[in-house]
Design a protein around this ligand. Sequence first.
Ligand SMILES: *[C@@H]1O[C@H](CO)[C@@H](O)[C@H](O)[C@H]1NC(C)=O
Ligand SMILES: *[C@@H]1O[C@H](CO)[C@@H](O)[C@H](O)[C@H]1NC(C)=O
Ligand SMILES: *[C@@H]1O[C@H](CO)[C@@H](O)[C@H](O)[C@H]1NC(C)=O
Ligand SMILES: *[C@@H]1O[C@H](CO)[C@@H](O)[C@H](O)[C@H]1NC(C)=O
Ligand SMILES: *[C@@H]1O[C@H](CO)[C@@H](O)[C@H](O)[C@H]1NC(C)=O
Ligand SMILES: *[C@@H]1O[C@H](CO)[C@@H](O)[C@H](O)[C@H]1NC(C)=O
Ligand SMILES: *[C@@H]1O[C@H](CO)[C@@H](O)[C@H](O)[C@H]1NC(C)=O
Ligand SMILES: *[C@@H]1O[C@H](CO)[C@@H](O)[C@H](O)[C@H]1NC(C)=O
Ligand SMILES: *[C@@H]1O[C@H](CO)[C@@H](O)[C@H](O)[C@H]1NC(C)=O
Length: 557
Amino acid sequence: MNRMEPHFLAIFMIALSFPLFVQSLVRHYNFSVVLKNETKLCSTKSFVTVNGKFPGPTLYAREDDTVIVRVTNHVKHEVTIHWHGIKQLRTCWSDGPAYVTQCPIKTGQSFVYNFTITGQRGTLLWHAHITWLRATVHGAIVLLPKRGIPYPFPKPDKEKIIILGEWWKSDVEAVVNQATNSGLPPNISDAHTINGYPGPAPGCISQGYTLHVESGKTYLLRIINAALNDELFFKIADHKLTVVEADASYLKPFETDTIFLSPGQTTNVLLTANKLVGKYLIATTPFMDAPIGFDNVSSTATLHYKGTPSYTKTILTSIPPLNATPITKTFTDSLRSINSNTYPTKVSSTIDHSLLFAITVGINPCDTCTNGNKLVSAINNITFLMPTTSLLQAHYYNIKGIFTDDFPANPPMVFDYTGTNQPDNLHTENGTRVYRLNFNSSVQIVLQGTAMIAPENHPFHLHGYNFFVVGQGLGNFDREKDPLRFNLVDPVERNTLSVPNNGWVAIRFRADNPGVWFLHCHLEVHTTWGLKMAFIVDNGRGFNESTLPPPKDLPKC
Ligand SMILES: *[C@@H]1O[C@H](CO)[C@@H](O)[C@H](O)[C@H]1NC(C)=O
Ligand SMILES: *[C@@H]1O[C@H](CO)[C@@H](O)[C@H](O)[C@H]1NC(C)=O
Ligand SMILES: *[C@@H]1O[C@H](CO)[C@@H](O)[C@H](O)[C@H]1NC(C)=O
Ligand SMILES: *[C@@H]1O[C@H](CO)[C@@H](O)[C@H](O)[C@H]1NC(C)=O
Ligand SMILES: *[C@@H]1O[C@H](CO)[C@@H](O)[C@H](O)[C@H]1NC(C)=O
Ligand SMILES: *[C@@H]1O[C@H](CO)[C@@H](O)[C@H](O)[C@H]1NC(C)=O
Ligand SMILES: *[C@@H]1O[C@H](CO)[C@@H](O)[C@H](O)[C@H]1NC(C)=O
Ligand SMILES: *[C@@H]1O[C@H](CO)[C@@H](O)[C@H](O)[C@H]1NC(C)=O
Ligand SMILES: *[C@@H]1O[C@H](CO)[C@@H](O)[C@H](O)[C@H]1NC(C)=O
């Protein structure tokens, strides 16, 4: 018994010190940006990865932890990494979009991203935020609740990450460069991937990802849409999924057989392995409800119960039609924030800045392009031009001539946005214009889809904040009637939303995070065309209400 005592004492001391010293940690990661040669998936090509992994490494952190990621660039492309959905409270320098918050990391250089996880738990993703590199430079972020704080849903037996992606047989940078030079739409992808496997796409390996489960156990699936241009459905044959979280915000749980995710969106679902032992098809299929060329190839994987005899046939599932708008609507309408005492939904009932952003596609002259013109896209008729130094540096050091802070709060021309009578003049204005917000002001943005050239769904992502989706509808937003139907009680809180084809969405957030924050369509094709803008949120007067000074290793342009 005596010999046991030191042991007991040690355990006792660990137990005592645990809550005192291990509440929050500094977590270090090295991200080495390197080429990977692929000969198996669909074609032989070299592509850019982090640490030679596709999808890239998972970044784990707990709420309140500080995350330090040293990114070293060993490829010929310039890179930056964005921590999609991380609030980056006062650490705008670590947000990552190229020429918005930083100059790119050049070949041979490193940059240390340094941020603290504040008030968030759930699944997010990281990805490259320059040109189209995020096609293969992406991975999961898993934010665990504070130590000792349970999930607000039954504890799963195991957790699995599922990353949906989009694969081009050719070099993705060549695809976007060709599109930019020609002024035409870019080539569509050749396959969709599930955890890096294309499934049975034409000319690709037929092997797919296998999700191993044991009868009776419950799994938390952390599902991420890391595709560039495609909104996706996700389904598992014969199994219901209980949706519990979206974009690292807890939801009122609901059951569904089909998940709908836009690029940049994430969701956690509970899956219980309660069917007969066997193999069940997992399918991811694209959604497109506009007459636009897109990659319509499904990708499949297998849910595999432990103990399934090898001769067992896979149980198949039906897949949603490619244009299944009603399924997207049912799914989106089911998303309600948990709004509990522990996780209250704090939607502002007053508005300081009321903005209406009309989303258009246009055509501008271009002498060097194939048809003498090029496709562009605009918010309030401004096609955003990237500056040659970062907006945040220009803002912080007060460098003149980089941007102007006169981004229009409303469309310069009022028309029947979703009607058949569209403006004849399809030109837009170039501009590097930002919208300025005073610290802690309450902001409402109505994102209004239009029918200019091609009405379609647009997933919009706001950096630095979560917002509440207080309302949405089809047709033109009605300033008098629509706000009467807004949900200010339990609207979903997220960082990326889908503006429905020929419809609108209203979001609200409180500008309590100073810095420069990007707002853009998360279809990379549209970001390339200029469907983006930025907010400058001024510093407050209080002690903790200003952007921290820039890191010493901040890359130069
Ligand atoms: C990151 O790389 C540095 C230098 O190569 C090394 O000293 C450090 O241990 C690495 N850190 C991690 C977390 O791998
Ligand atoms: C990839 O292939 C190229 C030539 O095809 C070769 O030069 C390079 O060393 C290879 N890289 C890796 C990481 O294997
Ligand atoms: C990260 O930022 C914090 C606070 O700004 C600073 O104290 C710390 O030294 C930084 N760490 C690294 C590795 O840069
Ligand atoms: C895009 O597609 C066209 C037509 O199939 C093809 O000729 C071209 O080489 C493709 N571009 C790239 C960069 O793969
Ligand atoms: C997918 O698109 C191709 C053209 O890119 C078309 O030939 C084919 O019929 C489409 N398949 C489905 C299922 O719509
Ligand atoms: C957009 O701006 C261009 C260039 O100033 C103008 O010709 C066009 O009428 C504007 N369109 C809209 C819809 O505001
Ligand atoms: C808009 O910017 C593009 C560069 O992206 C340039 O080619 C074009 O000439 C500009 N148009 C105008 C009207 O300034
Ligand atoms: C921001 O404004 C809200 C509403 O007026 C107020 O409750 C809150 O304390 C303010 N926060 C800061 C940091 O000033
Ligand atoms: C400022 O922020 C730090 C760290 O987030 C916190 O510990 C401190 O209490 C805050 N100070 C004030 C005056 O709010």
